[in-house]
Design a protein around this ligand. Structure first.
Ligand code: 5GP
Length: 113
């Protein structure tokens, strides 16, 4: 059996996280190493390695994730923010459980590195 990812351990409450939203399908919690004044991660509870692994059968879940991102950003009082999903190691992905970063609370430059 493969080792659980950190995010699966957070879902299963095996390690703590500052959770700010949860429903049957999605979880949102503060990033442990924030890169902006607000840095939150939104993840599906379903184990999907990355955006590249999303299937057509996940379309409802994909929609739920986007709505959750929007609601969580509103909950955090963000008007302007950036949403990022690093897909693959060379794009910066370090945890292989699909997640979306919400970054806000400061000016964000473009393009990212
Ligand atoms: P990635 O590099 O895969 O796009 O993003 C993974 C993110 O997960 C990083 O921003 C990293 O700081 C965050 N992270 C890694 N381990 C933990 C943890 O144990 N708890 C929390 N809350 N965030 C984590």
């Amino acid at each position: 059996m493969t080792e659980k990812t950190i995010f699966k351990k957070i879902i299963d409450r095996q390690i703590p996280a500052e959770i700010i939203f949860e429903d049957q399908h999605c979880l949102a919690f503060h990033d442990v190493s924030p890169q902006a004044p607000v840095h939150v991660l939104v993840i599906p509870k379903k184990e999907i390695r990355s955006l590249a692994e999303l299937q057509g059968s996940d379309s409802e879940l994909a929609g739920r994730l986007l709505i959750t991102i929007s609601k969580v950003a509103e909950q955090l009082g963000l008007n302007d923010y950036r949403v990022i999903s690093n897909c693959g190691e060379s794009a910066g992905q370090s945890v292989f459980h699909l997640h979306f970063h919400i970054l806000g609370g400061r000016d964000l430059s473009w393009p990212p590195g």
